[in-house]
Design a protein around this ligand. Sequence first.
Ligand SMILES: Nc1ncnc2c1ncn2[C@@H]1O[C@H](COP(=O)(O)OP(=O)(O)O)[C@@H](O)[C@H]1O
Ligand SMILES: [Mg+2]
Length: 338
Amino acid sequence: MGGTSSERAVSLSTGRMILSALDPKRYEAVGIDTQQMLAMVAPVWTSAPLLTDAPREAFPVAVAPRESGGEWAREEGGFSGRPDVVFIALHGKGGEDGTIQGLLDMLQIPYTGSGVLASALAMDKAMTKRVLRDAGLPVIPDISVARGETHTEERLIAEVEACLGGFPVFVKPNAEGSTVGCTLVEEPERLLPAIKDALLHDASALVETYVQGMEITASVLDNPRQALPLIEIVPKGTYYDYESKYTEGGSEHIIPARLPESLTRRAQSYALRCHEALGCRGMSRTDMLVQGNEIFILEVNTIPGMTPTSLLPQAAEHAHISFPALLDRLIDCALEAR
Ligand SMILES: Nc1ncnc2c1ncn2[C@@H]1O[C@H](COP(=O)(O)OP(=O)(O)O)[C@@H](O)[C@H]1O
Ligand SMILES: [Mg+2]
């Protein structure tokens, strides 16, 4: 949990919630803040500023399951023993993007959720769209702009007119979560500032056609594979921003989404196909926009939030899967994938 991404705070709540919900009769679990883990290695291996200035949370940094006979080593910064499984409660870069997954693969420690490839693909919105497009799934038309590319304002505006049919457009960083660096651009003269803002957060930005419609999210679980009931998200602001995503009451969730049966089925089948196309494991949550009879896929999240306001746990609850049962299922999936 924790980590150094822009979603650190959400990750800490996800992690805390998971820690408190894991059945103590089945698991002996300890929280590890990967920011602290990095702090141990970083001074030796790199001079790069790996740490955010987010406050350091005090967690015992050790995992030693009873079965492996390990002794608990709770001294700050010390690891001892080998975990049977790691529950990854990280979001964003360094947690949801395949990097921690690669580290755990090398250490041969099973972990919850998707593996390296699916994680890395899903973190990259442009790559995700390529794979989904190839699988025949409907994605939103876009233009991609990389940091360092020289684009004149006129050329960018002309490209938006030619490729996207004009304004409004939605500008976002290619690989970020939590809606940071996103702007709804209605006037051509706001395009360049919006792209510059998105490029502060990532090396490339996406300019997409703005799709006004109902926002829904479809969760998929494995073991056995199933699509959960759709959730309709009614944001309080113009769109689903950081504030409305993570504050209680910031957005309204309606389960099941108020859609006709046929669209519901189609959205659920898209979510299953996204999960399949990217090669996700354990769980995924696909965000979509519904406009009239059309459904557009926005993105696929491989480690969705597990906070009190989070979507996947709510969808699971609606399908009679309690939060502890959901955690058991994800852990079983991780152990099966060994
Ligand atoms: N092309 C678009 N048209 C309309 N709204 C969009 C579009 N792209 C994103 N949004 C809005 O912005 C939010 C965040 O975008 P998303 O692609 O899901 O990125 P992330 O959740 O990783 O920040 C979405 O939930 C949606 O409300
Ligand atoms: Mg999203």
